[in-house]
Design a protein around this ligand. Structure first.
Ligand code: CAA
Length: 388
């Protein structure tokens, strides 16, 4: 077993950290307060090859694996979770759905441009009446000659207003339930498609969260992604990858909180000494570091397993749940160490406290992860019993 990053991975980590400190950190509060989408920075990340890390070079990607991808998301999110979620939704939801399910022509046409940042991508699964129960989607796609006609509304789509390409799930055969849902690629400016309301969120405010509205939107038949009725299982496979990046986002944000709290505890003096000399603070730092370490091990194990192929559903769900839940606790402890300053607008802890909350919900709430883990455990137990 090797728990260390290799030289190239360490070099990547250092480069992303330097980029984040130099290009992102000075703007984080401005973007957060204004709810400003950092388009120029995202385009710059595209030029650096950070928007297609997990795709092969023939599709414009960097040909790296999930371990490298997770390393980059962690480092970006250590400075700004909004940038982390923009990159993650673009890469492991939109581009990866096309990469996993698309045919050669679709991969060449879309993944190549998404990987370089020429295109930005969004992914639409959730609807006003189907969140955790994603299989109850209502949006429809009806075949008419050589076209599909899309009708319905998606909600909570990261990057929706800025996306050149969106992947959406729609019902093509209602009677078949989850086997009657298909995926489609829709390009911006297609007649009948428009982004709707921009959500004004508690945290991750520089990331865009949009409604996507389809009103008799006609797209060519070749924009079907994967087989008809394959959209839902493909979306679940896509989420198996996406949830690793949400774990990495939380890990990075927890590290940002820990670094700030450690530094502050050594500077801040009370009762004649640095507050880091008090056991009350030391225990908090110990709990924070231990939970971060556990989240890192689970996140990187999931990424490592994913790079080796095979099913990682259980490990990914565990990592996503553990990393997001523990990051919330870590950030809360950082606020406590900062004391009154911790809740003041402009402090890193105040922003992180708002930013982390959504990650226990995005890409499947903690309750959904528990459901997935329990199903996996019970299936495994059933197989063991059968083979005994
Ligand atoms: N890999 C491959 N196939 C899978 C799979 C996986 N991980 N999980 C399920 N499937 C297949 C199943 O095998 C099944 O096929 P069969 O019938 O042939 O066996 C089919 O898909 C249906 O699966 P389920 O019966 O498990 O479906 P379900 O209706 O019980 O739902 C669920 C399961 C796990 C609750 C699912 O609905 C789910 O993940 N819900 C949460 C949705 C979610 O994460 N939304 C986040 C939106 S994206 C977002 O937040 C991003 C953002 O930008 C903010």
């Amino acid at each position: 077993m090797d728990f260390q990053l290799n030289d190239e991975q360490l070099h990547l980590k250092k480069s992303v950290r330097e980029f984040a400190e130099r290009e992102i950190k000075p703007n984080v509060m401005k973007w957060d307060e204004a709810g400003e989408f950092p388009l120029a920075t995202i385009k710059e990340l595209g030029k650096l090859g950070m928007l297609g890390m997990i795709f092969p070079p023939e599709y414009g990607g960097a040909g790296m694996g999930y371990v490298e991808y997770v390393t980059a998301i962690e480092e970006l999110s250590r400075v700004d979770g909004s940038v982390g979620i923009i990159v993650a939704a673009h890469t492991s939801l939109c581009s990866n759905h096309i990469f996993l399910a698309g045919n050669e022509a679709q991969k060449k046409k879309y993944v190549s441009k998404l990987s370089t940042g020429e295109f930005l991508g969004a992914w639409g699964l959730t609807e006003p009446s189907s969140g955790s129960d994603a299989g109850s989607a209502r949006m429809t796609a009806v075949r008419k000659g050589n076209n599909w006609v899309l009708n319905g509304t998606k909600t909570f789509c990261t990057n929706g207003h800025y996306a050149d390409v969106v992947v959406v799930l729609a019902v093509t055969d209602r009677a078949a339930h989850t086997h009657g849902i298909s995926a489609f690629v829709v390009e911006k400016d297609t007649k009948g498609f428009r982004p709707g309301k921009k959500e004004n969120k508690l945290g991750l405010r520089a990331s865009d969260t949009a409604e996507l509205i389809f009103d008799d939107c006609v797209i060519p038949a070749e924009n079907l992604l994967g087989g008809e009725g394959q959209g839902f299982p493909d979306a679940m496979r896509v989420l198996d990858g996406g949830r690793i990046s949400i774990a990495a986002l939380s890990l990075g944000m927890a590290e940002g909180a820990y670094d700030a709290a450690l530094k502050y505890s050594k500077q801040r003096r009370q009762f004649g000494k640095a507050i880091s000399d008090f056991q009350a603070i030391q225990w908090k730092l110990a709990d924070m570091a231990t939970e971060i370490d556990a989240a890192r091990l689970q996140t990187y194990r999931a990424a490592w397993l994913r790079d080796r192929g095979g099913l990682v559903t259980r490990e990914v769900a565990m990592a996503k749940m553990a990393a997001t839940e523990s990051a919330q606790r870590t950030i809360d402890r950082a606020v406590q160490i900062f004391g009154g300053r911790g809740v003041v607008q402009g402090e890193i802890t105040e922003r992180l406290y708002r930013d982390i909350r959504a990650l226990r919900i995005y890409e499947g709430a903690t309750e959904v992860q528990k459901l997935i883990i329990a199903r996996e455990l019970l299936n495994e137990a059933r197989v063991h019993e059968k083979n005994r």
